[in-house]
Design a binder for this molecule. Structure first.
Ligand code: APR
Ligand code: PHB
Length: 394
């Protein structure tokens, strides 16, 4: 099999890259190890930056997003039992949209199939080879048969557990990592959201987040231990903990209960590899970096990466050489590190650190108070939360 750009992974990164390149008249093959139903059902992040919505809208993927997405103009920070609104739209002129990652994935799959572009499910990338030549190749297995995909360019969009990052000799990659001493227990419940906007709560019992997927589907998270045993969490215990962490000074909780439809524990880590490239292999999205979910940046970073990568591939395709592709990693990393910083900062600001000394605790509260009472403090949070602009290539 032969194509111009071979794309490993049909998450948001791989599918959007395929979509952008298809629109630019560039041939691609997308390979995904999982079945379509699995990819479309996987519940992940759910918050789109304004820039992400703009990219999807400008490339013909906005219909359902604008019909079903919930546009938010602010968020609430809760600490010491009091809520403080950060007016995202008033401060930045930008908004965010709640729309599940798997909905973005469904829209991208539908667009690709409608365009008749190749998307192979249950096709497992095995090895990315000949990266330093002009004909990189991917061996993959489908229906028990090994095949080879010859390309001009390979895009590793295969997530954190993919194979592409490992195809780069370890000596050429630098890894930066932080693992946090806590995780998130997340639930999806058939209940109205706690409020019309997201509530991020810092509490002595630990962090809690009240978010949503629609006006009748609530999504909530509780800080827990990394090795937390879900079996120890009855529905009653989950609701009681959410009420306790979200309650105001008067003891009233905004959380509304309903049947719990799904639950899971998400580990928290910060991770970056540099460079995001080896020869003709380019990494994008979770294959190259992970953020803790507190800043809601994971999917948005994947989108920003592939916008930069698609432009660079298009320039190369139009005969303008490798300059933008050579700059891809450093261009993408400038923005990635700012999102890393923001995600780490939001995480540090809002979580309970066991064993943290009382001084740190007081500083955390002072910082929250500063953000909520200073226009400069609020603006710093708001402009990062709605998403920083894409970096221009040097
Ligand atoms: N061959 C083919 N496909 C693979 C392989 C392989 N060897 N290994 C992994 N994949 C697939 C996975 O099954 C997955 O569907 O690659 C896809 C990677 O998608 P994501 O994990 O969603 O990563 P990405 O597209 O970078 O999107 C990042 O996902 O995890 C969230 O928080 C993260 O929101 C962020 C987003
Ligand atoms: C979500 O809706 O799942 C969500 C929203 C904001 C976050 C993290 C997760 O910071």
């Amino acid at each position: 099999m032969r194509t111009q750009v071979g794309i490993v992974g049909a998450g948001p990164a791989g599918l959007l890259l395929g979509h952008l390149l298809h629109r630019a008249g560039i041939e691609t093959v997308v390979l995904e190890v999982r079945p379509r139903a699995h990819v479309e059902a996987r519940i992940r992040a759910g918050l789109l930056e304004q820039g992400t919505v703009d990219v999807l809208t400008a490339t013909g993927l906005g219909d359902r997003l604008h019909r079903e997405g919930l546009v938010h103009e602010g968020i609430e920070l809760r600490f010491d039992g009091e809520g403080h609104r950060i007016d995202l739209a008033g401060l930045t002129g930008k908004r965010v949209t709640i729309y599940g990652q798997q909905e973005v994935v469904k829209d991208l799959i539908a667009a690709r199939l409608a365009a008749g572009a190749p998307l192979l499910f249950e096709a497992e990338g095995l090895a990315a080879q000949d990266l330093d030549t002009e004909r990189p190749r991917l061996t993959f297995r489908q229906d028990g048969r090994e095949q080879v995909l010859d390309c001009d360019i390979l895009a590793g969009c295969d997530g954190f557990h993919g194979i592409c990052r490992d195809a780069i000799p370890a000596g050429l990659l630098r890894t930066y990592e932080r693992i946090y001493p806590f995780a998130w227990l997340g639930i999806l419940a058939a209940a109205p959201p706690a409020s019309h906007e997201l509530i991020y709560a810092r509490h002595e019992r630990g962090f809690a987040l009240a978010t949503m997927r629609s006006n009748s589907l609530a999504r909530h998270y509780l800080q827990c231990r990394p090795e937390e045993d879900l079996a120890a969490w009855s529905d009653d215990r989950i609701w009681a903990e959410l009420h306790a962490r979200m309650a105001g000074r008067d003891g009233a909780s905004p959380i509304k209960e309903g049947p719990i439809l799904q639950r899971g524990v998400t580990a928290m880590r910060s991770f970056v590899v540099e460079p995001m490239r080896q020869g003709r292999l380019f990494l994008a999205g979770d294959a190259a970096h992970i953020v803790p979910p507190t800043g809601a940046k994971g999917m948005n970073l994947a989108v920003a990466d592939v916008v930069v990568l698609a432009r660079a591939i298009e320039a190369w395709h139009r005969g303008r050489g490798m300059a933008l592709l050579d700059a891809y990693s450093s261009t993408a990393l400038r923005r990635i590190w700012k999102a890393q910083r923001f995600s780490w900062w939001m995480t540090s600001l809002l979580h309970r650190f066991d064993g943290g000394d009382p001084f740190e605790h007081k500083v955390q509260l002072a910082e929250l108070d500063y953000i909520c009472r200073s226009a400069a403090g609020a603006l710093t949070l708001a402009e990062n939360y709605v998403g920083l602009p894409l970096e221009a290539a040097p």
